[in-house]
Design a binder for this molecule. Structure first.
Ligand SMILES: *[C@@H]1O[C@H](CO)[C@@H](O)[C@H](O)[C@H]1NC(C)=O
Ligand SMILES: *[C@@H]1O[C@H](CO)[C@@H](O)[C@H](O)[C@H]1NC(C)=O
Length: 99
């Protein structure tokens, strides 16, 4: 019973966190855009530069590897093979969740 009680507490905390970020979503997304979807299509040819970033998941943002292209940031699927191949040759930049 202790176990299900703490699970309930955890679920409650998660719901509160989503509600807070939801009410802040408009302001937050303007100040800190993030990847809300990723591509798994091989975009290697478009990628420029020697660095990439990782974005953690957090509603509405999804887990992503962010590369640079001449058209701006590219949100890529972290588990796609081409993403792992490309990232392995690059320097990972430590940064926040914004693009
Ligand atoms: C992705 O495309 C590049 C060429 O644009 C190619 O060299 C590479 O092998 C491809 N990677 C995969 C995993 O298909
Ligand atoms: C990574 O770098 C190695 C050595 O420079 C090179 O042979 C390989 O083709 C590169 N892979 C990708 C995906 O760029």
């Amino acid at each position: 019973m202790v176990k299900s009680g703490s699970l309930f507490a955890l679920v409650t905390v998660v719901l509160v966190a989503v509600a807070v970020s939801g009410s802040d979503a408009r302001r937050a997304s303007r100040r800190r855009p993030c990847c809300v979807q990723v591509t798994s299509r091989n975009m290697s040819a478009e990628v420029v530069g020697e660095t990439y970033r990782e974005q953690a998941a957090g509603s509405p943002c999804v887990k992503a590897v962010i590369f640079h292209t001449n058209d701006g940031p590219l949100c890529a699927d972290p588990i796609a093979q081409w993403v792992m191949d490309l990232a392995a040759n690059m320097t990972k930049m430590l940064k926040h969740h914004s693009l």
